[in-house]
Write a protein that binds this ligand. Structure first.
Ligand SMILES: N[C@@H](CCC(=O)NCCCC(=O)O)C(=O)O
Length: 256
């Protein structure tokens, strides 16, 4: 049976003297198993890629998390060594990609850095080093070399009743992991807060009046896709949206 295709955003990494365009396996497997779709990594080649031509052929976009920060130049801040690392090629690809996918009604799921990119793409700002801000908790990963410990469930979030995340998870509150030092500041155009942590940190957003499915989380549902119910529900909802998009794309192609 034909499966939907999902573009997965890539980090640019220097490994063994080469530049790699990479996404970690957890995102790829979550798309495959949690959304029943085929993941395809989109290289971060910026304006050299005709994004519309790529989007013509796919049914969804997954914007991944990453340790790098969106360059503050893109939202009126100031870049610094302490605020880095940056990934300018990724910024140059993902921001226009997210804007265009949303305009076209292509389903989008954005995770952690991906949610921060979504906010900046829509004109919003980011807060940095939130653990040093009055009243905020430390949202960084625990210091450990063991990934299961770094991605351990860390805190509850409150979900907006009647919102898009509430519909996907069918819950007022869930427990999530936490691996970030930045958070959304001023909200971008049409962004709607779907969940917050106890300290007020924005944990999920959607886009008001978007023609397609758009959800973004500050936490990492991909990591526990094999065993965590809310993570499975979220990737399942994304999977239904990309399959519905695939069917409508095929119908449009057949009608041409
Ligand atoms: N720069 C952001 C990045 C948040 C994010 O995507 N974290 C994933 C980290 C994965 C890891 O640490 O292994 C921020 O810190 O807010």
């Amino acid at each position: 049976m034909t499966k939907p295709l999902v573009l997965v955003t890539a980090d640019v990494k220097a490994v063994d003297g080469y530049r790699w365009h990479a996404a970690t396996s957890t995102y790829l497997e979550a798309v495959l198993k949690g959304s029943n779709a085929i993941p395809m990594i989109l290289p971060s080649l910026g304006a050299a890629i005709d994004l519309d031509a790529a989007l013509d052929r796919v049914d969804g976009v997954l914007a991944t998390g990453s340790r790098s920060n969106v360059n503050p130049d893109l939202y009126g801040g100031e870049a610094s060594e302490a605020n880095g690392p940056y990934d300018p090629d990724r910024d140059a690809t993902t921001l226009p990609l997210l804007r265009r996918a949303i305009e076209r009604g292509i389903p989008v799921l954005a995770i952690c850095r991906g949610m921060q990119e979504l906010n900046v793409a829509m004109g919003g700002t980011l807060l940095t080093e939130i653990q040093d801000m009055e009243g905020r908790h430390d949202h960084r990963a625990p210091a450990s070399d063991v990934q299961d410990e770094r991605f351990a469930i860390a805190h509850p979030i409150e979900i907006r009743a009647g919102g898009a995340l509430h519909a996907a998870l069918a819950a007022d509150s869930v427990e999530v992991n936490s691996l970030h030092r930045q958070a959304l500041g001023d909200l971008g155009r049409n962004l709607v807060v779907e969940a917050r942590a106890e300290d007020g940190t924005i944990e999920a957003v959607s886009v008001k009046e978007a023609p397609g499915f758009v959800l973004a989380t500050q936490w990492h549902p991909e990591y526990w896709i094999a065993c965590d119910g809310p993570s499975q529900k979220l990737f399942g909802a994304f999977g239904r949206a990309v399959e519905a998009y695939r069917l409508s794309r095929c119908a449009s192609l057949a009608a041409e």
